[in-house]
Design a protein around this ligand. Sequence first.
Ligand code: PLP
Length: 447
Amino acid sequence: MPRPSNVFPRVTDRDLPFAARASGASIWDSSGKHYLDGSGGAIVVGVGHGDEQVVEAMARQASSMAYAHGTQFTSESLERYASRVAPLLPLEGARIYPVSGGSEAVETALKIARAYHVAAGRPGKHKVIARLGSYHGNTRGALDASGRAALRRPYSAWLGPAVHVPAVYEYRCPWDTHDSACGARHAEQLDRVIREQGPENVACFIAEPVVGAALGAVAPPPDLWPAVQEVCRAHEVLVIADEVMTGFGRTGRWFGSDHWGLRPDILTAGKGVTSGYWPFGFAAASGAVFDIIAPGGFVHGFTYSHSAVGAAVADAVLTRLLDDDLVEESRRKGERLLALLDDALGDHPRVGDIRGLGLMIGVELVADRSSKRPFPRSERITEQVVAAAKAGGLLVYPSAGGAEAGDGDVIMLGPPFVITDDELAELVELLRRALGSVPGLRNAGSE
Ligand code: PLP
């Protein structure tokens, strides 16, 4: 019997424990059970749980001025934060538009792209091109851009205008030229689709520099982003880098774009920007984009955008990342975690791929390693592993349905950057045990 409650919960198939306390890479529930946070929630928490400096910054700003509307005031905390974060972003002369999370950041980014073209005298440019095997959020515009069938299905009657190009998923690359020419092939494909849609109609191309939950920590071939950027520039199509998951050190660089020298026109941030301490995100436009839109104004806004408290929290998180060299920690610990995983699971007959950048890591589970055949989705392997790990005191994040026909199982790891080396070893051991407790993974002598 589900327990009585007036909450409409995120999940309706199980009762959830009460989260009571958290510190570093640990969460305890109200019964005192300890969980190692191997995924920072939904790959959110970078600076660790229970950071006093962040909490103090939040309280200080909330007690001096908690709320003022974005059309009536700016604030010291927002101006300071924007001036500190702008030089770190891979955009020239960045302007940030703060919102309450990743989906709002994506909605804002799409509207910035459209507003830019209208202001620039190209009113036909309105189409959004995105990729299959992507996730950009759950509001309607962001969901329409997302290439994740299971999330789109119930709302498909409302979706449709966004155009999707194939996923960039090297582990399951169908081309015989793999892996020498994949980036160029994808760029050619994008070029073809833009021409088919009519360059005069296409406003923007949106993609994650490293794909998050849709495929499970999938990095592109190295030649992808430079080639894509060139195609988009040639057609006056703005590039939106969705860095909601990859931003703020998650991949071992400040931004995923930094790995390939990508200079997007617009960037979205969420999750790690406030490490979960405050619902916050932003869309950043390059100065060139902003300068075109600004004279006519930007028709957009949310009651809770431009939050002074959110900016104070983001500022304190930024200080943490800088002072404790946490982006480098993410890089170093990510390499260590990959090595530990390779040692423990590299020969496991059901582990097809172990991959990632920084502390954004995916372990792909397959029914057959040599053919890479996924388990049928109906076996719910991912869900079983996530549940078994949680029972054993480890939190991991699911990424299911990225392979052919909606099958596919990936366990995502994305612990806080403050996780200790001992905790990394514990994480791998707990994951190994969780895999061993799922019947479908135990076959074929995998124990
Ligand atoms: N974009 C990416 C790449 C994401 O990973 C997510 C969330 O997982 C979003 C957008 C949506 O962010 P939010 O859940 O904060 O609305």
